[in-house]
Design a protein around this ligand. Structure first.
Ligand SMILES: [Fe+2]
Ligand SMILES: [Fe+2]
Length: 258
């Protein structure tokens, strides 16, 4: 199974959204021929109706099945009421051939901090009980500090409780966004992966615009970062599902100015 993991699109009519980058990013994304596109939040910048409408239009350019969770920006200005109208239930368990995908809203109205809470923790446990071979959990905020993203803030408030459930149950993969840089690291037997920003002008140093391709087969999970600016792909992580060993190249962008 191939999952394209994209994040932080930031559709808006101000300075955040880069529609040119979005269009070239979608061309690259559609070429990946992924089974699923997971969007880990911040589809808008202020959660406004006009931004939701724009995001809805722009997402029509993406081929294939899309699953979406909201980000902190999507919950601003009552945006949390609009999200279900446009993109469906922000909490879900979807089952595919041999995996369960648990999507959760980690945001709260008008706050940049995130929190999952007990109800969503129970949903993770329900996803595990579905008995599929593999469980993937996806939400917007990060569970642990992400390097190259400035002063640390906005880790979900109940990161300890959430990590405890994830690590004890040996969930192999957690997908997140929010920090606008791609990153991946293993803790115990779990791979934690962040996607960078797809089309927001607020990029960090040379990290630019990226998305991740997650290839999953019976033996391995491979995470590749696609640099949208130069269309270069870098394999970041190879994670063995049997022994849970991994190789991490710790993604670094090409710093050459082109
Ligand atoms: Fe964002
Ligand atoms: Fe965010």
């Amino acid at each position: 199974m191939k999952i394209a993991h994209i994040s932080d699109i930031h559709c808006n009519y101000g300075s955040d959204f880069n529609s040119k980058v979005f269009d070239s990013a979608v061309k690259l994304l559609n070429k990946t021929d992924s089974d699923l596109v997971f969007i880990s939040g911040d589809l808008t910048t202020c959660g406004l109706l006009s931004e939701y409408k724009l995001a809805n239009e722009k997402l029509k350019e993406i081929n294939g099945k899309i699953v979406i969770v909201p980000g902190n920006h999507d919950e601003r200005n009552l945006g949390y009421k609009l999200f279900p109208e446009f993109f469906g239930d922000p909490s879900f368990i979807h089952t595919y051939k041999n995996l369960s995908f648990v999507g959760l809203p980690s945001s709260e109205p008008d706050k940049d901090d995130g929190r999952l809470g007990r109800r969503r923790h129970r949903l993770i446990e329900r996803g595990i009980k579905k008995g599929k071979k593999l469980t993937i959990v996806g939400f917007h905020h990060h569970l642990i500090p992400v390097p190259n993203s400035g002063r640390e803030k906005n880790i979900i408030e109940d990161a300890g409780e959430t990590l405890d459930i994830i690590l004890k149950n040996e969930i192999p993969l957690v997908l997140m966004g929010h920090r606008h840089v791609p990153y991946g690291v293993k803790i115990h037997k779990t791979l934690l992966v962040n996607a960078g920003t797809f089309s927001c002008n607020r990029t960090r140093a040379h990290f630019g615009h990226t998305f991740n391709i997650i290839d999953i087969n019976n033996e391995n999970i491979t995470v590749t970062v696609v640099n949208i600016t130069n269309n270069k792909q870098k394999k970041m992580i190879k994670f063995n599902l049997e022994n849970r060993h991994y190789k991490n190249r710790y993604y670094n962008p090409d710093t050459r100015i082109e």
